[in-house]
Design a protein around this ligand. Structure first.
Ligand code: HSE
Length: 434
């Protein structure tokens, strides 16, 4: 390393441009904190001519991210391309092999290849830093890797996708359609290049896999996560849940059990007034239940150019300061593989919405099946016959259960569907009580 830290940035999209903004606005501050100037020595991005509001004429431009990653003119390779394979993976692997430190915001890459990359970085004695990969500007990686080393967390959960939280918030507060709000989240630079990753729950799963690995000292393994996104959530669900005292959030949840680590991503009802329910818009929140520290919640902007770039710059400064820590908190050889218990063993409350044929005995039949499966009801709302022709002889029947086994609710729903008292498929959403 020379007397400046020379960085090469691959990917000058939303986050890359944000990094340039911070280095321009806070060049002196960053230099003082890093103990040396941080200079952008090389870049690689798809379009050279795009106006990013920065003069990049003096910076070496590389068409290939791998060429940038291995350039003798850089000390740190900053990967902001994205994707779990292709150019991002090739370039990160090449950088590590060439002895360059790596800073990445790429959760998909880490969720799929984190264990191998951590091992390679350890072998090459280089840093692999990824604060920006999870929850945007919230320093949750540092919190788990450094601040909570004296704890064996039992559970962590949170809102980990800004796009989904923005969509659910705006649908609820403004009554707007899913598609309409998604477009806005894309325009604001929150969504992934392919927003299916956001709304399908995969981005949350990538982030959860990384956090669970750090919290529980096991290998990152996104394949063990049960994933459900928010595409099926309707305005009716949001309104019904609200009437019953809940908000709907997309949560990632990881719980350490004797039999393994339960990991799941799904839309979830959370009680209004609870801190997670009050985390709205693009904000993310992570709750960690430590055994010695107790409960801890971090909240901040989970997506967007500047919050995410703030995390990237922090990782760069750590490298300049000489901080070298195992990527996932423990040496890679100590990271154990694990299995998740099946989701049907999960126990919790459920929101169930049924389109009930409005005939005598319909409610009794549903209640009878639930009783039969030993499912206790916490609250019920029935709305009278709707105006729409196709559902005129039906009633919207919504209930909240007390905690019950997922296997029991699935069995009850299958029986209710067969019983002939409902039209369409019942809608079921899990409830998390903290
Ligand atoms: N698409 C992601 C989100 C960006 O909406 O949270 C931050 O990882």
């Amino acid at each position: 390393m020379t007397n400046a830290l020379r960085i090469g940035i691959a990917g000058l999209g939303t986050v890359g441009a944000g990094v340039l903004d911070i280095l321009k606005a806070h060049g002196r501050l960053v230099e003082a904190r890093a103990g040396m100037p941080v200079t952008v020595s090389g870049v690689s991005a798809r379009s050279r001519n795009k106006n990013r509001g920065h003069d990049l004429s003096a910076v070496t431009w590389h068409d290939s991210p791998v060429a940038l990653a291995t350039s003798p003119a850089i000390d740190v390779f900053v990967e902001l391309i994205g994707g779990d394979s292709g150019p991002a993976k090739d370039a990160v692997e090449a950088a590590i092999k060439a002895g360059k430190h790596v800073v990445t915001a790429n959760k998909a890459l880490l969720a799929h290849h984190g264990a191998a990359l951590a091992k390679a970085a350890e072998k090459a004695n280089v840093a692999l830093n990824f604060e920006a990969a999870v929850a945007g500007g919230i320093p949750v990686i540092k919190t788990l890797r450094e601040g909570l080393v004296g704890n064996a967390p039992r559970k962590l959960f949170g809102i980990l996708n800004g796009t989904c939280n923005y969509i659910l918030t705006k649908m609820g507060s403004e009554g707007r359609s899913f598609a309409d709000v998604l477009k806005e989240a894309q325009a604001l630079g929150y969504a992934e290049a392919d927003p299916t990753f956001d709304v399908g729950g995969f981005d949350t799963a990538h982030k959860l896999a990384i956090l669970a690995s750090l919290a529980f000292g096991m290998e990152v393994n996104v394949k063990e996560i049960a994933i459900e996104g928010i595409t099926g959530i309707t305005l009716d669900d949001i309104r019904n849940a609200s009437e019953m005292g809940y908000k709907i959030k997309l949560l990632g949840v990881a719980v350490r059990h004797e039999q393994g680590v339960e990991q799941r991503v799904h839309p979830t009802l959370v009680r209004k007034g609870s801190p997670l329910a009050d985390t709205d818009g693009v904000f993310n929140a992570v709750v960690i239940k430590g055994d010695f520290v107790g409960d801890l919640m971090l909240e901040g902007r989970g997506a967007g150019s500047h919050p995410t770039a703030s995390a990237v710059v922090a990782d760069i400064v750590d490298i300049a300061r000489g901080d070298r820590r195992p990527a996932f908190g423990v040496p890679s050889a100590a990271m154990k593989p694990f299995k998740s218990p099946p989701l049907k063993a999960h126990e919790g409350g459920f929101y169930v919405a049924l389109q009930l044929r409005d005939k005598p005995g319909a409610v009794a039949a549903v209640a009878g099946i639930l009783a039969d499966e030993k499912i206790s009801i916490e609250s019920i709302v029935q709305r009278g016959r709707p105006v729409a022709e196709e559902v005129r002889d039906t009633a919207q029947f919504t209930l909240i259960t007390h905690d019950t086994l997922e296997a029991s609710i699935r069995k009850a729903i299958a029986r209710i569907e067969k019983d002939g008292h409902v039209t369409g498929h019942p809608r079921v959403i899990r409830i998390e009580r903290f």
